[in-house]
Design a protein around this ligand. Structure first.
Ligand code: GLC
Length: 427
């Protein structure tokens, strides 16, 4: 990990970003890997590029939606594994500006996101199933082609590597400051299942690529999928069960998560996480010192679908009242009871109640440390007391609690928010 604490300060502070997976796969509307899954040839797949005309695309609307949800940075797929480029690259014609749409999506995105006061991020695929020099391997759509070996003879991965480096150079020199770069992905080492012909750091010339990235954009944060260490670790589609460490040291990390299991627009997939779950995932990550990059897959018209909008609205509603427990907050050294996640920012400790108990909330170990307690959603005071450890439970009085336990009195009615939060002012 090479980023200094100063370089990563914005990232750690902000905690919450939007991932946007968008490309011509949105027209297939059945997952961004459809080219691979359906073993489509480049020619077959090109039909999407020929019919790409997202007339509802408005980068300002995307940026506004991210902002309203409480997200502070936005990461767009400049190119996914299908190879289609969302900017006006000089190095290929397989790009948005030669599609019926004809506009440079990356340019409009960067301007809108920056104008909204959000940080700018790019996702860039290392794989490219359209490029004529990207050799066929076990992930490639042509993996079952009986002529694969012969085809590979004609391909020169070194030429693809130049193309990859050249395109990254374009992306990092044409659009001003880029704050974050998410390369995706390497599969030569430690990849389950093992893939034949798998590619990794050597194939991408990752060391050189990363050196160039840092020269062109000093201070940029780069993820860990080049097959060499980056600035942050990126668990995907699972929640880490403890703070992430590399070699016993805590590292910068960010979980990337989907709304319904698919990154690209997937019309018939209804596996939606509800708002409560999404909010709990955000909290759970921050409590473990991590960020959340939550994905939206706009459709082929360039719009967020109603499910995505509903989810973002719900999260935004919660964030409006509770972002104080997220921004600038992180792990606490206090240990929470079951069903509670603590985050801490300086002298404020936030107890996120994943379950709402009846009236009494016991917080072990906090009696000496808390000066004042309130519900965060409306800043209403909560009664505090310390129950004598030796007290015996009577018909109407609680039994003793372990020494040092702080006991709060909650209203019977749970506040009508996705996850209630108790704000504790520490001494
Ligand atoms: C992956 C997938 C993918 C998605 C991504 C997000 O490794 O290949 O389609 O873009 O990760 O993290």
């Amino acid at each position: 990990m090479t980023a200094t604490t100063e370089q990563s300060a914005w990232f750690t502070y902000n905690r919450f970003g939007m991932f946007i997976h968008w490309g011509v796969y949105a027209l297939g509307a059945r997952h961004e890997w459809l080219m691979n899954r359906e073993r489509m040839s480049a020619e077959q797949y090109e039909r999407y590029a020929r019919h790409f005309d997202p007339d509802l695309f408005d980068a300002r609307e995307w940026a506004a939606a991210a902002k309203a949800a409480g997200m502070k940075y936005v990461v767009l797929t400049t190119k996914h594994h299908d190879g289609f480029c969302l900017w006006d690259s000089d190095l290929t014609d397989y790009k948005v500006t030669t599609s019926p749409f004809g506009r440079d999506v990356v340019a409009e995105f960067v301007e809108a996101v920056r104008d909204a006061g959000l940080k700018v991020g790019f996702y860039h695929s290392l794989l490219d199933w359209h490029h004529p020099d990207f050799t066929i391997d076990g992930f490639h759509p042509q993996r079952d082609d009986p002529n694969a070996a012969a085809v590979n003879e004609e391909r020169d991965l070194a030429r693809y590597r130049d193309y990859l480096h050249g395109q990254v150079r374009e992306l990092l020199t044409r659009y001003g400051r880029v704050d974050y770069l998410f390369f995706d992905f390497s599969y030569a080492v430690n990849h389950e299942p093992v893939v034949w012909g798998a590619k990794g750091a050597e194939d991408w010339a990752s060391e050189q690529l990363l050196t160039m990235v840092r020269e062109l954009q000093p201070g940029i944060l780069v993820n860990d999928r080049l097959g060499i260490p980056g600035d942050l670790v990126t668990p995907e589609q699972y929640q880490p069960d403890s703070p992430l460490e590399v070699g016993g040291k805590p590292v910068l990390w960010e979980a990337c998560q989907t709304l319904n299991g698919s990154w690209g627009y997937d019309r018939d997939n209804t596996d939606y996480k509800d708002v409560g779950m999404l909010v709990r995932m955000l909290i759970d990550g921050v409590a473990k010192g991590g960020n959340l990059l939550l994905n939206v897959g706009p459709n082929g018209r360039g719009a967020f679908d109603e499910h995505a909008l509903e989810s973002l609205d719900g999260i935004g509603e919660w964030m409006r009242l509770h972002s104080r427990s997220i921004y600038g907050a992180g792990r606490s050294s206090f240990t929470p009871p079951t069903d509670i996640r603590y985050t801490q920012r300086g002298d404020r400790l936030y107890a996120h109640l994943f379950a709402w108990p009846f009236e009494t909330l016991h917080l072990p170990g906090l009696a000496e440390h808390v000066e004042y307690a309130q519900l965060l959603n409306d800043a209403s005071e909560l009664g505090m007391r310390v129950i004598d450890p030796n007290a015996t439970a009577q018909n109407m009085s609680q039994g003793g609690q372990p020494a040092g336990t702080l006991t709060l009195t909650l209203p019977v009615r749970r506040p009508d928010v996705a996850v209630p939060v108790v704000e504790l002012y520490l001494r």
